[in-house]
Design a protein. Sequence first.
Length: 326
Amino acid sequence: MSGGRGTVVVVNPALPTLLPVAALDRLTGPVHYTEELPVRLAWHLPDGHPVLGADVPPGATVLTSDSGHPAAIALRAAGADVIAAPEPAGLAVLDTVALIDRLRREGPWESEQTHAGLLRYLVEETYEVADAVAALDDSEAEADEEAAARAAAELRSELGDLLLQVVFHARIAEDGAHPFGIDDVARTLAAKVRRRTPHLADGAAVDVATQAENWERQKRLERGERGSVLDSISLSQPALALVAKVFERLRTVGFPAELVPEDVRTVTVDPERPDAAFELDYRQRVLAFMDRVRAAETAMAAGGVESWVAAWDDDHVGNPEARTGR
């Protein structure tokens, strides 16, 4: 029970029914609750009394979500114990979710948007985050505290814009033929990360290389043992970003770097070339390289060859016409 000086139990206004465990024995007797709390919480108090202003008995227990309430202030001044509910990270996201939900229902522009229609904004916001990160890195490298503070504020703003896109897409998905919402997105992400970081469950210490290996191994299991190491790579990203991801995947399976063709290793931009399509040309070379990697994987899976080098030299891998039977 509470001591003679009283107790102030402060719950989070976003989660007013989430009571701190340390306060449970203080809530079994008379409890004075402040007026902003939801009535459903008061109904569950065995001996609840509404309080207005600072008028509470000496040594009382006050339940509130407003630490500045006069009753809470009066009890704290008298030396009352203060027990506050923990504030989990991410509570502010609930406001964003509620805001986007209302805009989706009531906003004339938001109610008409589709996943495809929002894609350009998602891409723009992603590049703006990249610019903000670069600006922050530059300011920190130059030890310019004022510039670093501005850059950090800009990054915070741009990350908010990116979060908006995620929340908006999840809200649009609720209206789809196969609906899901932001909680489904978050649960899917958490489950994926837990699968790919098994050391978190058993408390084992791992180095960076082991963690990366575990991550990639689990990804391969999720794709299926017969899948390609290149599966699930987004082909919509710019060609240089695409080839960087391809090389990242290939390093995880021991692909020999010397097998990478020169036309994939080198990008030449000629200012005198008319009607140049450098991005498209290089993308085609990267896609052809990816096709050849997949063909080599197929050859090794079939058991005819045992190494990347042998598979790469195989006629059916190096010759697309032989591979397709043309």
